[in-house]
Design a protein around this ligand. Structure first.
Ligand code: ZN
Length: 284
């Protein structure tokens, strides 16, 4: 692994994914709290904004001095029937419009995998590719990047049939062979840190202009829950600093966004969680 000089990440490039705070408070309070702690960005979830005017929330975010690092997250594409698949795609069309109204640069897609009763992961992958191809012209017109987030293979049965950065990049190249843009990847250290090809895939993602988001947290040993036992950055075994430097070496100047799903942190006061996030960023 290349050794690069480490500059601390400025707080202006640190973003908070609202799931990290456990969706406990109204989005207006979360925006103010994140700004008060000095972070530069925020990435809300759709569930935070139900019933809200996305344009006004976007204005609130900017008025608080924050930028958006993304908007989370897509409906799973695969469906047990054509009708179910199309309903999922329609939901993602709506979410792209919401992201545009917010002013988010990208919409993060966790693509889904086997619909109930299915054992055909190839069919799931085909639906994901078809769904993304349906969305891409609309996303380009809206100015919202489609950020495909490959998930750790332990989620291949339900949450994501796309399980490595290399696979996500191959999908991007199929959808956008001439590299016009509009489709790229969200690189989350939790999902990709184990991959022996990670360095070359990060380089390839950067050089093809595909890195739309960079998510940080940590992998705890032992991990006691497949979904809800993520560690705060610095508390686990991922060399997040080295991955960050490899991402930046490609020219990426965007946000690092902390995304932790953990009942332990969700039962910690929100200000303490944000202080821990800041310490985590300082350590990478
Ligand atoms: Zn993520």
């Amino acid at each position: 692994m290349t050794i690069l000089s480490a500059q601390p990440l400025p707080m202006s490039r640190c973003s908070i994914n609202t799931a990290t705070l456990g969706h406990r408070s109204p989005i207006g309070e979360v925006i103010e709290r994140v700004a008060r702690h000095g972070f530069g960005g925020i990435s809300p979830w759709r569930r935070d904004l139900e019933g809200q005017d996305h344009r006004l929330v976007g204005k609130h975010i900017r008025d608080a001095g924050l930028s958006l690092s993304g908007y989370c997250r897509g409906a799973y594409f695969p469906g047990a029937s054509r009708q179910a698949f199309e309903a999922n795609v329609t939901d993602n069309f709506r979410a792209i419009d919401e992201a545009a109204a917010l002013g988010a640069p990208c919409f993060v897609l966790v693509v889904g995998s086997l619909p109930e009763g299915s054992k055909d992961i190839a069919a799931a992958r085909a639906q994901v590719a078809e769904g993304l191809a349906m969305l891409l012209p609309h996303a380009r017109e809206a100015g919202v990047g489609l950020a495909v987030e490959p998930l750790h293979p332990m989620y291949a049965g339900d949450r994501s049939c796309i399980t490595s950065l290399g696979e996500a990049l191959a999908l991007c190249d199929r959808l956008d062979p001439s590299r016009e843009g509009g489709v790229g990847v969200a690189i989350d250290v939790y999902h990709v840190w184990w991959d022996w090809r990670l360095s070359e895939d990060i380089a390839a993602a950067g050089h093809s202009g595909r890195i739309m988001a960079f998510h940080v947290c940590d992998w705890l040993v032992p991990t006691n829950d497949l979904l809800l036992d993520r560690g705060m950055t610095g508390d686990g075994v991922i060399d997040v600093g080295s991955i960050r430097r490899e991402v930046e070496q490609t020219g990426y100047q965007g946000f690092a966004e902390v995304e932790v799903f953990s009942p332990r942190w969700w039962s910690t006061p929100e200000d303490d969680v944000l202080a821990a996030c800041a310490r985590g960023f300082a350590a990478i």
